[in-house]
Design a protein around this ligand. Structure first.
Ligand code: IPT
Length: 265
């Protein structure tokens, strides 16, 4: 049995950990996985055609896609079922996704409970569905306490962009108390920027990430973050595709949790 995975850049930690989980669970089930990596969402159709030509019997798509493109891919693939990881809850497609709103809320509430009020946001790319959902979640939670972010920037998920945008957020005369970062790789870059400016984490600045990828416990200091259980997502997705009951619309939200380590105080 053969499945297909269309994924965004595997050099990023989260997609590579999802791909790894998909591969191992499929292997345990005696299935193989053909992986196609796309640099741009518009390349998904071509990747889809290639995988269909190789007779995959189910497809996983981990590329941030707006609703119309996701629905188009579902139609092009039919009758082969397609499960999406990174689409909005409104898309009429099979979806297995983490609760971005809850994750954002947990991160913001953690900082608020520590007494922080000057909170800066480092969001992901505006083109990403999940990045927009995390940003909206942060803003909504801050607004509940009548707060607005003291500064804001967008990175591209990479540590390099976290470093560059981190320096931007730290450039003003009044420093933030804390920074909410949309993923752990960017948080790594932010902590490097803090170190270069002699700003102590967590003494002078709290940093909270999002993902809890395998390396995040080894950052210095170990990163406080929102855990998305990538292994569980990979496993559940494969199990569903191989279950043979993929006719009914399947939309599952996976919970996220706050992992308190030492980058926040
Ligand atoms: C999302 C990650 O949180 C982020 O760090 C980045 O790697 C992004 O993927 C790449 O698209 S997780 C996704 C399943 C929403």
């Amino acid at each position: 049995r053969t499945l297909g995975l269309i994924t965004t850049d595997l050099a990023l930690h989260a997609p590579s950990q999802i791909a790894s989980a998909v591969k191992s669970r499929a292997g345990e089930c005696g299935a193989s996985v053909l992986i196609s990596m796309v640099e741009h969402p518009e390349r998904c159709q071509a990747a889809l055609q290639e995988l269909l030509a190789q007779r995959v019997e189910g497809l996983l798509v981990n590329v941030p896609l707006d609703d119309p493109l996701a629905e188009q891919i579902r139609q092009l693939a039919a009758p082969v079922p397609v499960l999406f990881f990174d689409v909005s809850p409104e898309a009429k497609v099979h979806r297995l996704a983490f609760d971005a709103e809850q994750g954002a809320k947990l991160g913001a509430e953690h900082l608020l409970s520590l007494g922080h009020r000057r909170i800066a946001l480092l969001s992901g790319p505006e083109s990403s569905v999940s990045s927009r959902a995390r940003l909206a979640g942060w803003q909504a939670r801050l607004a509940q306490d009548n707060l607005v972010p003291c500064a804001m920037a967008h990175g591209d998920w990479s540590a390099a962009s976290g470093y560059e945008k981190g320096h931007q957020l730290l450039a003003g005369s009044a420093l933030p108390d804390a920074i909410l970062v949309a993923n752990d790789q960017m948080a790594l870059g932010v902590m490097r920027a803090c170190a270069e400016k002699g700003i102590a984490v967590p003494g002078q600045m709290s940093v909270v990430g999002f993902d809890d990828t395998a390396d995040s416990a080894w950052f210095s200091p170990p990163l406080t973050t929102i855990r998305q259980a990538f292994r569980v997502a990979g496993e559940r997705s494969v199990e569903w595709l191989l279950s043979g009951s993929t006719d009914e619309l399947w939309q599952t939200q996976l919970p996220v949790t706050l992992v308190e380590r030492h980058s926040s105080a």
